[in-house]
Design a protein around this ligand. Structure first.
Ligand code: MN
Length: 237
């Protein structure tokens, strides 16, 4: 009798833990980007972002030719693959961030790259550059001592990432900042962190313009970072 009680208590405990985990997962709503809208023209759920600038607007930091391939071919393929792979799965219709959080395999690869490139292209502006201000600047100075030190650390993380991937500035819910190296198409949302600024270190992002000089490319990117957009992501975190 006693043993049975213990067993029932154990099962109850397991159910409680499972429910808590499930609720935690469900309450993890997409925070860092606006909700998806159904694309009427193609009847697909995830649509490619529209660039808020011309294809040659980021020259000479990123050439028109690189943009034509990176935005026009690579990102288009990721979005098409995402829409094809998610059809009929339990994740169909989910917010993109939640798909990245919960998917595995090729669906994760393509959902991750869709989210990564959306954040990437929208964080640049031909009027970009300079330094962050306000709350983000304070957090950055607190963490790295100065904005310059942060930039050096971000470049270093990008230079030393072996193979294809991304380097991210990300924040936790307490507003603490992190620099992360992510392999392939992974994104900080997988670690329950909010991505603020991402540098793509796949060769397709820089090889036409900088050949093997990844470090030069990373250094040049500061000229086009749209800090008000990065600050907005931090505020919304
Ligand atoms: Mn890319």
């Amino acid at each position: 009798m006693r043993g049975m009680h213990r067993k029932i208590n154990f099962i109850t405990m397991k159910i409680l833990i499972f429910t808590t985990l499930l609720l935690a997962l469900l309450s993890n709503e997409a925070q860092c980007r606006p909700p998806n809208e159904l694309n009427e023209s193609t009847q697909t759920f995830y649509k490619q972002i529209v660039l808020p600038y011309a294809l040659d607007a980021l020259e000479p930091v990123i050439s028109r030719r690189t943009m034509e391939l990176h935005y026009g071919k690579h990102l288009t393929a990721y979005v098409d693959n995402l829409n094809r792979l998610i059809k009929g799965t339990a994740l169909e219709g989910e917010e993109l961030e939640n798909v990245v959080l919960m998917a595995e395999g090729p669906l994760l690869d393509n959902a991750g790259q869709t989210l990564n490139h959306e954040l990437y292209f929208l964080q640049f502006s031909p009027d970009g550059g300079g330094e962050p201000t306000g709350k983000l600047r304070r957090a950055m100075t607190h963490r790295w001592g100065s904005v310059e030190n942060f930039m050096t650390a971000m470049e270093e993380a990008g230079r030393t990432l072996f193979g294809s991937g991304w380097v991210w500035l990300a924040a936790d819910r307490g507003g603490n900042l992190y620099i992360l190296q992510e392999e392939n198409g992974l994104n900080p949302v997988r670690r329950e962190l909010c991505p603020l600024l991402g540098f793509d270190v796949w060769e397709h992002a820089y090889y036409l313009d900088y050949e093997n000089r990844r470090g030069d490319h990373l250094k040049a990117l500061w000229q086009i970072v749209n800090w008000p957009e990065v600050e907005r992501r931090y505020e919304n975190n």
